[in-house]
Design a protein around this ligand. Sequence first.
Ligand code: PHE
Length: 429
Amino acid sequence: MKRILLSLLITVSLLTAFACQPGGSGVGDKVRVGVFMSLTGSTANFGISSVNGIKMAADEVNTAGGINGKQVELLVQDDRSDASEAATIVTKFVTQDQVHAILGEVASSRSIAAAPIAQNAKIPMLTPSSTNPEVTMKGDFIFRSCFIDPVQGAAIAQFAARTLGAKRAAIMVDRKNDYSTGLEKVINEVFTRMGGQIVATQSFQEGDQDFNAQLTSLKGSSPEVIFVPGYYNDVGLIAKQARDRGITVPLIGGDGWDSAQLYAIGGSALNGSYFTNHYSPYDTDPKVQKFVNDYKGRYNTVPDALAATAYDAAHIMFDAIKRANSLDGTAIRNALAATNGFPGVTGAVTFNENRDAVKPIVMIEIKDGGTYAVRERVQVDGAAMPMASSSASPAASTSVSPTAASTPAAATPAAGVKASPSPTRSATP
Ligand code: PHE
């Protein structure tokens, strides 16, 4: 009798355990979305903001009844700002966790490392903010809901050449970072074509603490601006050490600068420098203001571009799953590809033939005390701009034109671009 009871107990517990396993009977009950982001490590702020945005989007959908009646379950994993860890996590997502869709990463190098795994498993992966063209070239299951670096780099170079009238520029590039090297090539090509000259190029590596040798060398070539296509943690230190060495010219970078940590690290050394970004939290669009207020209410901080792009990406994925009306990877992939004018906080999203979004860019000026001003809005108008061999994708050939060059105190909304009433905000809310 005891024996029978015991074996019954074992059978029951085995059955229960099986039911809880992915692949067991419970799997159909939820929409499982794998999220891989840097929650610790060198660029932890990228991942923390992104996951905040994704969680908010998931809660909105779940509170409203889920996707076609199914609740969204997020499987959030920290890749520790490491590309090989990103690949390991995504392998686990597709082999063990049986996720239906994947959101991640921010850094292009980490998205590039993980994308082939999602592609091979035919599980759609959407990056909110990786801008290097190579990411989506990994295959037709890989999407991005932000602009790409050939466009961002052109905006940066054109701003320096046209708006600032610079003729001589230097570049500081992180040679091991796909985002940094990709952006450097485009900036170099466009700035040179617009009549400028790259008088010096120096390199660094993520996590370096001492940039004095490179900066001393750059100073000797008397640049009028210094392009720094890097991430906030390095940029903050570079700015500080540049000012310490008596370099007073503006530094100009891209979206990788965006973090409240930037000013915390670089402080006033960043005043008068510029970077391109995905959105402004002071956009009057009610949709943007609702997002900013909800986010502030929930997290007690102003959402940066990572939070906004990740929030959008999550909703774009949920919307595609809803339209697919299936949890099959190919069905979701096809619905995602059919996304048409999705009204995101960072702009409307339609994927082009490369599964990239075409979106407006804002040029931010860093002001005294770490406030941000929208210096210029850059609208991609689609006209032909000869791209260098540096552009990985010929189809990405686009023209960038500043639609409103305004003083920071009175940023004028440009035609076709959303207005920004209050161009100034604190970078360290
Ligand atoms: N675009 C950067 C990359 O591809 C990541 C990034 C996006 C960083 C937005 C900050 C803000 O690596």
